[in-house]
Design a protein around this ligand. Structure first.
Ligand code: NAP
Length: 343
């Protein structure tokens, strides 16, 4: 029997919703003809979600493991009830529904899901290890991908956990590639983090010598990393939750002109106004951060009279997986950094 291509057949409550918005979905292993079943190895928990879990559990690994099990048992998916976000997974294909047999996919292939865990039916049998510094959790479990669920076969030239970390945020550098043009000034808030580093690389490549990339980072350590990797023209140490602090620094650095494109990669709430204030009139803000509030951004921009385009960070754009993985192939220094952080 075929289910809905978008997975609505697995929604338990509220009926009529799609899986991402649903409170609870069916994570049973009975496979519909247009589904794929995966033996899960590792979950890459979304940074906003993992940060919330770490805070709530005071960095206690057992506490985080219990919290994850509790969420999955209650909801049938790993969707953090506070942040609403999920993450993604890697695992091996265990079954392919009859209706999807024409796909270029075999049982046993190792894949990364490119759709959020916040909509992916998931069952966890055991948590093997919580990796506090990597936002990753090794598990034994099963997941289901719907007909519309995108995935990538893991590349052979990049270690799986590194690929997982990069693919989780692949939408960000791919959107930067689309938005940034030669000569533009670009600000990247949270530029020293995982998605931030990839965005910096792509922004530097696209804006060229006549453009300017400015990173706003919270910690000295991350700022130092960006300087050493030569991934920005300017690095500002500031708290993105303090809009005037960020505005004054960027105003000075750009001689009052502000930025054409602003990318928000921060993993904490309340950074909308910093992004909005440093954007030129008629410029663009790309909110990749999952901690973004639509209300704060919409009313905030109106409140300061900014005529700007604000883009919600769709995690998917065509070819985003290859573009992000290619950054690791092109840049030895970013590859070394990701090797250190995520393997
Ligand atoms: P990450 O590696 O944790 O990076 C976050 C960065 O923000 C870090 O460099 C962090 O610095 C910095 N930061 C934190 N608080 C700050 C502050 N007050 N001021 C300035 N910088 C601050 O996270 P990520 O994996 O790149 O993810 C970034 C965001 O994208 C998260 O919100 C995540 O949920 C979201 N995301 C979105 C999608 C999507 O589809 N739209 C997909 C995946 C992830 P420190 O390390 O010094 O704290």
């Amino acid at each position: 029997m075929k289910g809905c291509p978008f997975g609505s057949h697995r929604v338990i409550e509220p009926l009529g919703f799609l899986p991402q918005a649903a409170r609870k979905i069916d994570n049973s292993e009975d496979l519909y003809d247009n589904e794929i079943s995966v033996d899960v190895e590792t979950l890459n928990v979304d940074s906003a979600s993992f940060t919330q879990m770490r805070e709530a559990c005071k960095d206690d690994e057992l506490g985080i493991a219990a919290m994850i099990i509790d969420i999955v048992n209650n909801r049938g998916k790993l969707q953090n009830p506070v942040t609403g976000s999920g993450g993604m997974l890697i695992g091996r294909v265990s079954r392919i529904g009859e209706a999807l047999k024409d796909r270029k996919l075999e049982v046993g292939d190792r894949i990364a899901s490119l759709v959020s865990l916040s909509l992916t039916p998931l069952k966890i049998e055991r948590i093997l290890k919580v990796h506090l510094e990597k936002d990753q959790v090794d598990v034994e479990g099963k997941a289901i991908l719907f007909e519309s669920g995108i995935y990538a076969k893991l590349p052979l030239d990049i270690p799986a956990k590194m690929a997982l970390a990069v693919l989780d945020v692949a939408g960000a550098p791919a959107q930067v590639d689309k938005l940034v043009q030669r000569g533009m000034s670009v600000a990247i808030l949270g530029g020293g983090g995982k998605s931030g580093v990839l965005c910096c690389y792509q922004a530097m490549k696209k804006c060229g010598d006549s453009g300017k990339v400015i990173v706003v980072e919270y910690s000295e350590e991350n700022a130092k990393r960006i300087r050493e990797l030569n991934l920005a023209h300017e690095v500002v140490i500031a708290d993105a939750t303090k809009p005037l602090e960020v505005y004054n620094k960027i105003h000075e650095l750009t001689a009052g002109k502000l930025c054409d494109v602003v990318v928000n990669n921060v993993n904490v709430p309340n950074t909308e106004m910093s992004s909005i204030l440093v954007t030129k009139n008629e410029g663009i803000v790309y909110f990749f951060s999952m901690a973004t509030s639509f209300t704060r951004a919409a009313l905030g921009a109106e409140g300061v009279g900014k005529d700007i385009t604000m883009i919600i960070g769709n995690g998917y754009t065509k070819g985003h997986d290859e573009l992000a993985l290619d950054i690791l192939r092109e840049s030895d220094s970013i590859r070394r950094l990701f090797q250190k952080l995520y393997i």
